[in-house]
Write a protein that binds this ligand. Structure first.
Ligand code: AMP
Length: 221
C-alpha cells in the first residue's frame, strides 16, 4: 500500500502531475472535489451529508471528508494505495486522517510538495487559458495551442477564467497558503514530507516527483 499526498498552492501543477504519479504507481488518483461530487451523485449517506455544505460553498466537516476518503480507499482498485489531491487541506484533516489510518495499520507514506513561489504562480495563472467548450487547459507562455486562441482538441475559443485574474489569484493564495503550510508542517514532523522544485518544466517536475517516490520506497524498505 502506497499512500501519497500531493501538496501545492493553486496552480503549482498538481492536476498535471497527479496522473503521472498514479500511472507510475499503478494506483488511482483521488481528487477531493471529484470524490465528493461522486459521493453526492451516488447519494451515499456520506455524500448527502457532504452536499449540505458543498451546495453552500462551505468546506465539508473533517469527519465527513475523512470517512469519504476511507470508504474510497477501501475499494479494490485502491488496495495498493492512491495519490490524493485536495485532501488533507488543514492540519485538523491531516491529524484525523493519520488517526484513522493508524487504526487500520496504515499511514501516509509520502507527502510530495510541489514548491512554486507565489509570484511565479500569479504569472502562470495570468497566462492560463481554458477552452470554452470542455475546459481543456493551455498556457499561452509554456503550452500554447497550435492556433492562437483556439482549442487544439475541439476548436472552441480559449477564454481566461475570472478566477485566474491576478487580484483573484492573490486573494485565493493568501487564503489557501496558511492551511497548506500547516499541513506541510504536520508531514514534516511525521517525516513524510518531500519538496520538489516546481518551477521547472512539466517533464522535469514529473521526473523529480518520481525520484522522490523511489527514495521514499527505498527508505521504507
Ligand atoms: P474543489 O473541486 O477542490 O474546488 O472542491 C469542491 C468543494 O468540495 C469545495 O468547495 C468544498 O466544499 C469541498 N472540498 C474539497 N476538498 C475539501 C477538503 N479537503 N475539505 C473539506 N471540503 C472539501
Amino acid at each position: 500500500m502506497k499512500l501519497v499526498i500531493l501538496l501545492g498552492a493553486p496552480g503549482a501543477g498538481k492536476g498535471t502531475q497527479a496522473p503521472v504519479l498514479s500511472d507510475h504507481l499503478g494506483v488511482p488518483f483521488l481528487g477531493s472535489g471529484d470524490l465528493l461530487r461522486a459521493a453526492v451523485a451516488a447519494r451515499t449517506p456520506l455524500g448527502t451529508a457532504a452536499d449540505r455544505y458543498m451546495s453552500r460553498g462551505q468546506l465539508v466537516p473533517d469527519a465527513t471528508i475523512v470517512d469519504i476518503f476511507l470508504e474510497r480507499l477501501a475499494a479494490d482498485d485502491a488496495r495498493n494505495g492512491a495519490v490524493l489531491d485536495g485532501f488533507p487541506r488543514t492540519r485538523g484533516q491531516a491529524e484525523a486522517l493519520d488517526r484513522a489510518l493508524a487504526e487500520r495499520g496504515k499511514r501516509v507514506d509520502l507527502a510530495l510538495y510541489i514548491d512554486v513561489p507565489v509570484d511565479d504562480l500569479v504569472a502562470r495563472m495570468a497566462s492560463r487559458r481554458i477552452c470554452a467548450a470542455k475546459g481543456h487547459v493551455y498556457n499561452i507562455a509554456s503550452n500554447p495551442p497550435r492556433m492562437t486562441g483556439i482549442c487544439d482538441i475541439d476548436g472552441s475559443p480559449l477564454v481566461q477564467r475570472t478566477d485566474d485574474l491576478e487580484e483573484t489569484v492573490r486573494a485565493r493564495m493568501s487564503q489557501q497558503i496558511p492551511p497548506l503550510e500547516d499541513v506541510m508542517e504536520h508531514y514534516r514532523a511525521t517525516g513524510a514530507l518531500r519538496t520538489v522544485d516546481g518551477r521547472r518544466s512539466i517533464d522535469e517536475v514529473s521526473a523529480a516527483l518520481i525520484a522522490a517516490l523511489e527514495v521514499g520506497a527505498a527508505e521504507a524498505s
